[in-house]
Design a binder for this molecule. Structure first.
Ligand code: SF4
Ligand code: SF4
Length: 353
């Protein structure tokens, strides 16, 4: 017989995840149709949510301002792949007991893609149905959604990725635990290089007496920065396009538009073209994860602690100049400022660019 304890033991000891929790299907009864697990599996009885920690060292180079691949590859792309593999092993374990198990995928922003197609039947929602993983993780008792909208746990604070399995197996549920970690310190707001996390606008839902609330993030500004188009921490972009200036806080773009713009630019910026073998994470989550981690660790509410303290700098986060230096463009690009300057004498043999 499949029990919650058997499943947890397999997930933690064999599949190698760091956390697992179970939500009974009725906790999703008020979920919108495009986020309701019953629209994926009509006979579902439980939703199993798993988490793998992001190595703390992945953030070291970003906090120092010196090294990016560690987070983008091992804290994001590769870790997501590992979690998918673990979800597959756990699902196989469940199906060996005779219960169907569906891995729901890790798309955090499925609504931002827009509807993917017509409803297959009049009583079904427009494709595609995706779980909102952070809500599912809260309902499975893994932790809570912070003001930053990042999922927080007692073990790792904001450092984990999530995945979920919808199953016909009826498993003993875990209790919902909220209100323990995020104290509304707003360090995430202050240290987000995009200014994407508002202090005064939120989204909230209520489930079984728990209010789940998070900031109404500007996903377009976040994605532009996440994709390295923000000069404040876009050193690779600046190197390639020294005069490029996209004032992030003035942009009014959707998540999808920012996504498309990023993929248009990646091929021409060497580092981005290498990193975009998967979805790159070029902001480094400097406000919503690093800033939050510093706060929660200092407060002593995170269990996964380290020998060296303080582990990260207490200085304000580094930031590159937001605006480019005025450039004199010889020849090909008109700049009105150049009209006022002394005419440049062209000498024979001069190399133009
Ligand atoms: S990923 Fe970066 S830009 Fe987006 S909310 Fe977090 S800190 Fe802000
Ligand atoms: S930094 Fe973390 S603890 Fe502070 S408000 Fe943001 S999410 Fe909450």
């Amino acid at each position: 017989m499949l029990t919650r304890e058997k499943l947890k033991e397999f997930a933690l000891e064999v599949a190698g995840v760091d956390k697992i929790g179970v939500a009974p299907i009725d906790r999703f009864k008020n979920a919108p149709a495009d986020m309701n697990p019953l629209n994926i599996m009509p006979r579902a009885r439980s939703v199993v949510v798993i988490a793998s920690r992001i190595l703390r060292g992945c953030y070291r180079g970003i906090d120092e301002g010196t090294h990016w691949p560690s987070y983008s590859i091992f804290g994001y792309q590769h870790l997501s792949g590992r979690l998918q593999a673990a979800a597959y092993r756990i699902s196989r374990f469940i199906e060996d007991f005779g219960y169907e198990a569906a891995i729901t995928g890790m798309g955090a922003s499925s609504r931002e893609w827009g509807p993917w197609g017509p409803a297959p039947r009049p009583d079904k929602p427009v494709r595609d149905v995706y779980l909102q993983l952070r809500i599912a993780a809260t309902l499975a008792g893994l932790g809570e959604i912070g003001w930053s909208k990042v999922f927080l746990t007692e073990e790792f604070g904001p450092r984990q990725r999530l995945n979920a399995i919808v199953t016909e197996a009826e498993l003993e549920p875990d209790p919902i635990r909220t209100g323990r970690l995020c104290d509304r310190c707003y360090r995430c707001v202050a240290e987000c290089p995009a200014g994407a996390i508002p202090r005064d606008r939120s989204v909230s839902i209520e489930v079984e007496g728990h209010k789940l609330e998070w900031a109404d993030i500007d996903l377009g500004k976040c994605k532009l920065t996440h994709f390295g188009l923000n000069r404040r921490n876009g050193q690779f972009l600046i190197k390639r396009y020294p005069g490029f200036y996209l004032p992030i806080e003035e942009q009014q773009v959707t998540w999808r538009e920012a996504w498309d713009l990023g993929w248009t630019i990646f091929p021409s910026v060497h580092f981005y073209s290498v990193m975009s073998i998967g979805v790159p994470a070029l902001c480094g989550a400097r406000g919503c994860i690093i800033g939050c981690m510093k706060h929660l660790e200092k407060k002593g509410v995170v269990k996964n602690l380290f020998q060296n303290k303080p582990v990260f700098s207490e200085e304000p986060p580094w930031s590159l100049p937001e605006k480019p230096r005025p450039a004199t463009h010889h020849g090909f690009i008109y700049h009105p400022e150049n009209e006022k300057k002394k005419k440049i004498e062209v000498k024979p043999g001069r190399i133009w660019y």
